[in-house]
Design a protein around this ligand. Structure first.
Ligand SMILES: [Zn+2]
Length: 344
């Protein structure tokens, strides 16, 4: 029988311990999350449709990076009341949440379907990243060992969650970058989401053209354009602006003012995990430059990182990195991209 859990390997303990752990994970996989259930909203048929399409697009990307695209039961995706993730995580996270070991995902209901789909995609990319678990002797305790690029230190003397996680920022960056790719795909595939996307783009275009005409450097505008993705009620706003202003200059000026105001009020969705992505981009660029023509651009080498994240195989990427940056460099990256438990 095909197992439900996405955990593929168990590290440590005897064969018997491994079997026990496997069984426990299997039971977990069929259990409801009490914590998330408390904030759960009933899914409408429209929500279910977005969930279904989102998972299928996520699977296409995971597949492309040699991951396993096992189905994920939609009962394990919780539609949550707005604001509940902030409450559950005591202010650490907003919008979406996933629990690696319990294999559940929670995403808050949003007015913007595009934002909802992107948040869900992000959490699903985490979930569908390669998974293995560490077990303490006699299967007394199970902890995540690998989650995509991340590798948890195996130290059961430390409290769960206090162990060091190597490469953790790299998993986050790969997932965020895949979410960006997801949004690009969605444009072509989903009509409802595409309408919202196009309205966002229109508003951004007005905003950018206005700023260009005021002499703001093009490079700066490009970054803003890439990072801003969700403008609330975009479709409605585009209609209003089109009706209100006869000429493009008027529309641009109005949209620019509006976006600036919304941004200041924190009402605009920006592409997540900027810090992690920037750090990864720096590494990718260094690898491209030092590879002496082997890798032509960021994207080419990113593909190798993404494959390691979804297939779980470090070997190939470690070889590539060390052949370019020298012996010991892969280990150094593990450390550089690790997460301090205190700063979690
Ligand atoms: Zn994340």
């Amino acid at each position: 029988m095909e197992r439900g859990t996405h955990f593929e390997r168990f590290i440590g303990g005897s064969e018997e311990d491994k079997e026990k752990a496997r069984k426990e994970m299997e039971e977990n996989f069929n259990e409801k999350s009490e914590e998330l259930s408390r904030h759960e909203l009933e899914k409408t048929s429209e929500d279910l449709e977005v969930i279904k399409k989102t998972e299928s697009t996520v699977n296409e990307i995971v597949d492309q990076y040699e991951g396993k695209t096992k189905p994920f039961p939609h009962e394990r995706i919780y539609l949550l009341e707005p604001g509940s993730v902030f409450k559950i995580t005591e202010g650490k996270l907003e919008g979406g949440i996933q629990n690696t070991l319990r294999e559940v995902v929670g995403v808050e209901k949003k007015k913007s379907k595009l934002k909802f789909a992107a948040t869900l995609a992000h959490e699903l990319f985490h979930l569908k990243s390669y998974k293995s678990a560490s077990i303490k002797e006699a299967a007394e305790e199970i902890r995540p060992y690998r989650s995509g690029f991340s590798m948890h230190e195996r130290d059961f003397d430390k409290k769960a969650g206090e162990e060091k996680v190597y490469f953790s920022m790299l998993e986050e960056a790969v997932v965020a970058e895949c979410t960006k790719k997801f949004l690009e795909k969605v444009k072509e595939k989903d009509e409802t989401l595409n309408k919202e996307h196009e309205a966002n783009e229109k508003l951004k275009e007005w905003f950018c053209n206005f700023n260009l005409s005021k002499g703001v450097p093009e490079e700066k505008i490009e970054t803003i354009k890439e990072e801003l993705i969700f403008i609330p009620d975009a479709e409605k706003k585009v209609k209003e602006i089109n009706n209100q202003y006869e000429n493009e200059e008027g529309r641009q000026a109005y949209a620019a003012g509006l976006i600036t105001r919304l941004y200041k009020d924190g009402k605009i969705g920006i592409l997540e995990r900027q810090q992690e992505r920037e750090k990864m981009y720096e590494l990718l660029d260094e690898l491209v430059v030092k590879s002496e023509g082997r890798f032509k651009n960021r994207n080419e080498i990113f593909d190798e990182f993404a494959k390691a994240n979804f297939s779980g195989n470090y070997l190939n990427i470690a070889r590539i990195v060390e052949s370019i940056l020298g012996k010991g460099s892969f280990r150094k990256i593990a450390e550089d991209f690790s997460k301090d438990p205190e700063k979690n």
